[in-house]
Ligand binder design. Structure first.
Ligand code: G3I
Length: 341
């Protein structure tokens, strides 16, 4: 039976997933699942700063090339994630950026220029800045005084670091799709509503300043224990597109949290219902590109990141395929959402 990639493509959508190059090379079932289901790839880890430039001036594209060398002959594009982010940000860069604005800008420019020059023929779409907006009060991440997250580049350059990153990327390659990627803007909670307001405010400012931004990436790490409203999210996607931007879903997965029943069929059904509602809202808002953050439950960060698994005390099942690569209710819900669009 056709995979999500073919089902989505038949109706003008693109479906893809975050991939780990090491697993492509070592797990034949994993590679077969990506061959069948994913029409677009994003490196889960291999295109981040700490991998590409672990020491100043010492670039290493080997892990990223392994993914590109797998995808290209199979006609699978790879999108880039992420040029500027406060995580996977090596100590040398943190220290350099802290030296002052001139050094900070030079470090950013060198990374953006070298990465985009090296990948220009193979990656046409990049998360230029990831997670720039501060979580609203009452969330569980450190607050900044303003609406932007307190990051090394914010401290060194002020809010203009975001414009600078996008302008450096555009200077390097005028035909790239440049994306601002964010999380926590999906659900029907006061917290998410405030973060949607902050993201819209940032995006509107960038458009007003004629910053070269093409799209907003919505990560969509959804949580079952939070309510979701189809009209609220559809409206948010519409507001972003009213600024002349595309909107893509970049990291969909669905964390159940403690509220979900123990037995797996019931959990899978609830996750599938959330996936169906989310895709309905996103498609109604005009989203055409969807990526899940992995394909297979057993390799999900929700399972492998101890902090996440411990916090909810559950073995999450937030992806379309279960640990044995069987298609779950979530897979069927996504297939239906694409096919019935
Ligand atoms: O592969 C290396 C291994 O060779 C090395 O020995 C080991 C020791 O440090 O690290 C391994 O790399 C790990 C990598 O995942 C691959 O598994 C890193 O430690 C670990 O920090 C990294 O975590 C990733 C995290 O981002 C930080 O980069 C997660 O896989 C990845 O799922 C997560 O993804 C983020 C998105 O980029 C942004 N949105 C949120 C999302 C979830 O946190």
């Amino acid at each position: 039976e056709a995979g999500l990639h073919a089902i989505a493509r038949a109706k003008g959508f693109t479906f893809g997933a975050a991939v780990q190059g090491g697993l492509l090379a070592t797990d034949p079932s994993y590679a077969a699942a990506f061959e069948r289901e994913a029409g677009l790839l994003v490196p889960e880890f291999e295109a981040k700063w700490s991998v590409l430039q672990p020491r100043e001036g010492a670039f290493d594209f080997a892990l990223l090339d392994a993914i590109l060398d797998w995808g290209t002959p199979r006609g699978r594009p790879t999108r880039g994630h992420a040029l500027v982010w406060h995580e996977a940000f090596p100590a040398w860069a943190r220290e350099a950026v802290a030296e002052g604005p001139a050094r900070a800008r030079a470090v950013m420019a060198a990374h953006v220029a070298r990465v985009l020059a090296t990948t220009r023929l193979r990656i046409r779409d990049w998360d230029v800045v990831n997670e720039a907006v501060a979580d609203a009060p009452g969330s569980d991440t450190p607050q900044a005084e303003g609406e932007l997250r307190d990051t090394p580049f914010l401290r060194a350059l002020g809010p203009s670091y975001i414009d600078t990153a996008f302008r450096l990327a555009r200077e390097q390659d005028p035909t790239l799709r440049l994306v601002l990627n964010e999380y926590g803007v999906e659900e029907d909670t006061p917290w998410a509503e405030e973060k949607r307001r902050r993201l819209l405010s940032l995006v509107r400012g960038m458009v007003r300043r004629r910053v070269p931004i093409d799209a907003v990436g919505i990560q969509a790490h959804l949580q079952m224990l939070r309510p979701f409203s189809v009209p609220v999210f559809t409206g948010f996607v519409g507001a972003l597109r009213a600024e002349g931007l595309s909107v893509i879903v970049t990291e969909l997965d669905i964390r159940e949290g403690p509220a979900v029943p123990e037995d797996e069929p019931a959990r899978d059904q609830l996750v599938a219902e959330r996936a169906a509602a989310f895709l309905e809202a996103a498609i109604a808002g005009g989203v055409r590109t969807f990526l899940t953050w992995g394909l297979v439950d057993r390799y999900s960060w929700l399972v492998t990141e101890p902090a996440v698994a411990r916090r909810d005390g559950k073995r999450h099942r937030g992806l379309p395929l279960d640990g044995d690569y069987n298609r779950k209710a979530m897979w069927r819900a996504m297939a239906r959402a694409f096919a019935n669009a």
